[in-house]
Design a protein around this ligand. Sequence first.
Ligand SMILES: *Cc1c(COP(=O)(O)O)cnc(C)c1O
Length: 416
Amino acid sequence: MDLLIDFLIHTHISNLGQNGVSPEDDEPFFVADLGQVIRQHRRWKRNLPDVHPFYAVKCNSDPNLLRLLAELGTGFDCASIEELRSVLDLGVDPARIIFANPCKTASSLVFAQRAGVTWTTFDNLDELDTIKKHHPNAQLALRIFASDSDAIVDLSKKFGAPIDSTWRLLQRAHELGLEVSGVSFHVGTGASNIAPYIKAIQQAKTVIEQGKALGFLINVLDIGGGFQDSNFENFAPKLQATLRRELPTGMRFMAEPGRYYARSAYTLVCKVISRRLQTGAQPEPDMLYQNDGVYGSFMNVLIEKEVLHPTLVSRSLHRHEGGGKRHKGTCRYSIWGPTCDSTDRVVEEMAMESEVKVGDWLKYTHMGAYTTATATQFNGFRSHRHVTYLNSELIGHGTTRKSRHIRPHLISCQLL
Ligand SMILES: *Cc1c(COP(=O)(O)O)cnc(C)c1O
């Protein structure tokens, strides 16, 4: 798979025009392997067969990714009119969508109601009034507090009803004649502990009991997102066992994975546009300036404190303005984005195997989650990116020995 991705990177670079002619040729670009999304989906089904995934659109709303997930049969977690629209436009049945934002505008509720999206979440009393007024037939899931303090981004400061408030909330929903049929939680994005999930599942049981006492049939449990590649096989079987053991039969389980599906499928390639070799006596690393930064695809460096390790795209296949020889052996660099803001630093310091020159390209893997989704146009740098798609799951079918050269199945190339 890596070979294929490298092949497409080289193809993209060698198709660029003469240096300096077209601004497009100076843009960063992605290669997305949709086959990787398919493999993640298989992995999900194998490890969490009882839990239906509703992909969290905010993580990466690439229409090709959404289309593939729709074909694979996932549901979708949307938080805004625009996200609802992007999923509905694919022809997805509104029953496969949860409007999983606990604090919604009146107009978005009206939009959801007209579109036939009935599932939504709430976690406070005022939201119940808004829902009563604008979407009274909604099916509600009470989002309860859950927190993994070690998560990359802890969401519990903002959302989730404390367990001592759930009775009052359910009572109020009952008074208003609303229907509560689910409980949800989200331990935070990039979770690293299983205990907060288990604790939240226990508390969900309490809410189900409280609901029963008021005449609600709560038969859906939504265990949110937070799943990471690194610990999925460790978490998933334990969660699966806990759900089976702790909750009554007939309960439906769902989750809202974002990062899990999108992260590993996208590789970003950035061009080195300038360089400062240090001349002072201090042993500061040399500085590389590239065409994408924290206001573009790298906001995760600021928000998630992500430490990235790009690699140099091998030079033999592309034109190069620097030319000449380069030093072999370790070189230390800091890497900066294109804006005129000094917080725009992508890598604090790293070692590269050889010298990096202006005109070189750097490859960053695992760039599918919260990258394009959060890109801005700060300082006049474009936020949309060219993406070359391949589906590595289609490769190898029907190829004979003779024709087994690299022949990636390109789906399309377009701007994101
Ligand atoms: C962001 C978010 C998700 C996705 O979280 P990941 O950590 O990317 O899996 C799911 N549900 C809700 C309500 C969210 O806000």
